[in-house]
Design a binder for this molecule. Structure first.
Ligand SMILES: NC(=O)c1ccc[n+]([C@@H]2O[C@H](COP(=O)([O-])OP(=O)(O)OC[C@H]3O[C@@H](n4cnc5c(N)ncnc54)[C@H](O)[C@@H]3O)[C@@H](O)[C@H]2O)c1
Length: 260
């Protein structure tokens, strides 16, 4: 399969970008794309080792910012550090997420809270802490990563689906708030289908039959294949760019038809 890669430009020259969960998978693809197109990129993640290797590989415009997105005070410290070091923030990609399968009977309250603390609380905290700095920086764009499972669920991911559905309506409220305040900040949601990342590799391995699990995944996508991380990064970059200047509060499914 050939992955279509957009022509590289200087769309994000001089922009400061924070990608949460940027050390691996979809987040790492976003970090790479923004850096290639001229941005200064911060990798906000809990995996210091992987984040530092990626930053080293991509050059001096990319750096690691330790950040657990479920931690309110860690967000406050991160925004303080960005203000001190870079003086501005233009684009925030709330991408960090965890995916733990368990039916409503098997999942206990700790499971529910763990999944929601990263996937839903993390996105709320990102918007809450970053909006004042993005506004002071002259405006920008927030992209929240949900999931096709935030639009259409199944029986084994109730906590994950609920956390991702929360992102949908939170995004719309944030978009309205920013517009009503006269902030030049747009906020949109991207809903990936299955993407070939460590998250999906682990879920497939944990199922006990990796090949069968991957085949089921591919068959579930009407388009006939699953995404590469760059497919999601291309959509994120579009929403972050001036080409999307009239788009706010929108739902962009990048899921090969999975949620239809
Ligand atoms: N891979 C898929 O098929 C798929 C499908 C739909 C949605 N998504 C969503 O896309 C996003 C990225 O998924 P992925 O597949 O790249 O995942 P991944 O597990 O491959 O990578 C996730 C990254 O987030 C980081 N992270 C986890 N918890 C964190 C925390 N508390 N604070 C900061 N960083 C944290 C991890 O260290 C890792 O670098 C997630 O929100 C996920 O739910 C993924």
């Amino acid at each position: 399969m050939v992955t279509q890669v957009a022509q590289k430009t200087d769309r994000f020259d001089g922009q400061i970008v924070l990608v949460t969960g940027g050390a691996d998978g979809v987040g790492a693809a976003c970090v790479k794309l923004f850096a290639e197109e001229g941005a200064q990129v911060l990798i906000g993640d809990i995996q210091a080792g992987k984040a530092k290797v990626l930053a080293e590989e991509l050059g001096p415009e990319v750096s690691f910012l330790p950040l657990d997105v479920s931690d309110d005070s860690a967000w406050a410290a991160a925004i303080e550090q960005i203000t001190a070091d870079a003086g501005a923030l233009n684009i925030l990609v709330n991408n960090a997420g965890v995916s733990l399968p368990a039916t409503v009977e098997d999942a206990d309250f700790a499971h529910w809270r763990k999944v929601n603390s990263v996937n839903a609380d993390g996105v709320f905290l990102g918007c809450h802490h970053a909006i004042p700095l993005i506004h002071r920086s002259g405006g920008g764009s927030i992209i929240n990563i949900s999931s096709a499972l935030g639009l259409k669920t199944n029986a084994v991911m109730p906590a994950y689906s609920a956390s991702k559905a929360a992102v949908r309506i939170l995004t719309k409220s944030v978009a309205l708030h920013c517009a009503e305040q006269g902030y030049a900040i747009r906020c949109n949601t991207v809903y990936p289908g299955s993407v070939r990342t460590p998250m999906i590799e682990k879920l497939s391995h944990d199922s006990g039959d990796y090949d069968a699990a991957m085949a089921r995944r591919i068959a579930a996508h009407p388009i006939g294949f699953i995404a590469e991380p760059s497919d999601i990064a291309n959509a994120v970059a579009f929403l972050a760019s001036e080409e999307a200047r009239f788009i706010t509060g929108a739902d962009l499914a990048v899921d090969g038809g999975l949620s239809l």
